[in-house]
Design a protein. Structure first.
Length: 417
């Protein structure tokens, strides 16, 4: 499972929407050399076209400055009602082969891919194949009686199952899809109920693994195949998938993760499985050891594909309108402190947990999004439904201040300095 689902804190946990930076805009800088050209001719006009979002605006200059300082490698993309406003790419997808990052580069999503399993569950509910009130035991066997009879899909999707999952063996190097599948199936069955269902569960890994198992039990497909066919394909996400380690090594459109070591150097994690992260929140972890992301988690996507996914949530492509509203509707309030907010931020006007994604009111506007991080990996996508903006940030190098970049994006889109 990805780092934030294992109970890490602050910068290594998912960004549960709650805020803009407490003080100060980042000083303006010049565009870093090597950036891909932004599509300035696509900038919207009228009230939707905020100066800070356009090429040369505050957000563009901020990311360029990070890249020039060696603190960002990856892609940022801003679109307004389907039109590209800002597209920038920095750094290398594969240094060994000389492949640069670009819009067509697929990045590991880490926990930013968790909403895919929530969408899949709602698709099945929409088709009448399950109910959100179904307990674990409605569809699965082998779980403790108290879990099978008390924990519902709603609890799992909102992170309120009360479950605790044992720590993972981060040193294990998986060798096949089957090995990954079997491991996480058995791992989830070792979960224990540490609090009554309805209690926040500190991102228990079982809350990701169990819905994936239910999807498989109901459909007869692997989780990976179901999402590929019923989400990625439907949305036109042609550059996205659940790639295996051999594909990660051989496919030049997939970004390699550059993981920081204790001496400050960076190594290609997927080519150096014997190295692990020294970061105390993900100590010893290396995402390349996974072979393929655990069912219910992760995946790879390009920035334009994530925009396609965001738009598909709103146009009926993957979910009927009422089920799409159910996905993003506020379910539980998130506390200003200890709610996984980015370090150094002030709370949003109001923050809530939805289904495998946090939502919030910022400056009187709804903001929906999901982010995640692993060694050498950072990903975040944000939807601004009131104004039609979508923002994507993908990075393949440790050291990028992902949460702060997301905050800068939000501040630029909403026009709140």
């Amino acid at each position: 499972m990805d780092s934030d689902s294992a109970g890490g804190v602050d910068r290594r946990r998912v960004l549960e929407w709650g805020g803009l930076a407490a003080a100060g805009m980042v000083a303006a800088g010049t565009s870093a050399a090597g950036a891909s050209p932004a599509r300035a001719d696509a900038a919207p006009t009228g009230s939707g076209g905020l100066p800070d979002t356009r090429p040369g605006g505050a957000y563009d200059r901020y990311v360029a400055k990070l890249a020039a300082e060696g603190r960002f490698s990856g892609v940022v993309l801003l679109t307004h009602r389907g039109r590209t406003v800002l597209s920038r790419s920095y750094g290398m997808a594969d240094k060994e082969k000389g492949v640069p990052n670009g819009e067509s580069t697929a990045f590991s999503l880490s926990s930013a891919g968790k909403p895919f399993h929530a969408v899949a569950i709602l698709q099945l509910a929409q088709r009448g194949l399950l109910r959100l009130s179904d307990t674990v035991g409605t569809h699965l066997t082998g779980y403790a009686e108290e879990i099978a009879e008390q924990v519902t899909l709603h609890h799992l999707l909102t992170g309120t199952s009360g479950l605790r999952t044992p720590d993972e063996d981060v040193q294990r190097v998986f060798q096949s899809r089957r090995e990954v599948h079997e491991f996480y199936e058995q791992w989830a069955r070792r979960a224990t109920l540490e609090a009554p269902p309805g209690t926040p569960s500190s991102h228990s890994g079982a809350e990701v693994a169990i819905p994936a198992q239910i999807i498989e039990a109901v459909t007869g497909q692997t989780y990976w195949d179901y999402v590929q066919e019923n989400i990625f394909k439907l949305c036109g996400m042609t550059g996205s998938g659940f790639y295996t380690r051999p594909q990660w090594l051989s496919d030049q459109h997939v970004a390699h993760p550059y993981m920081a070591l204790a001496d400050g150097s960076h190594v290609d994690a997927v080519r150096n499985l014997d190295h692990g992260s020294p970061d105390p929140y993900v100590l010893g972890k290396n995402p390349g050891r996974a072979f393929i992301d655990a069912p219910g988690d992760g995946g790879f996507a390009t920035a334009p594909d994530l925009v396609r996914f965001a738009r598909a949530l709103g146009d009926g492509t993957v979910l009927d309108r009422h089920y799409a509203e159910l996905l993003t509707g506020p379910k539980i309030p998130l506390a200003p402190e200890g709610g996984g907010l980015a370090r150094g931020t002030a709370p949003a006007d109001a923050s809530f947990g939805a289904y495998q994604m946090p939502v919030g009111l910022v400056g009187g506007q709804w903001v929906w999004g999901r982010a995640g991080a692993n060694p050498g990996v950072g990903a975040g996508w944000t939807i601004y439904p009131d104004t039609g903006w979508v923002g994507v940030i993908l990075t393949n190098r440790d050291g990028a201040p992902l949460w702060e970049i997301i905050e800068q994006e939000t501040r630029s889109v909403i026009g709140r300095g």
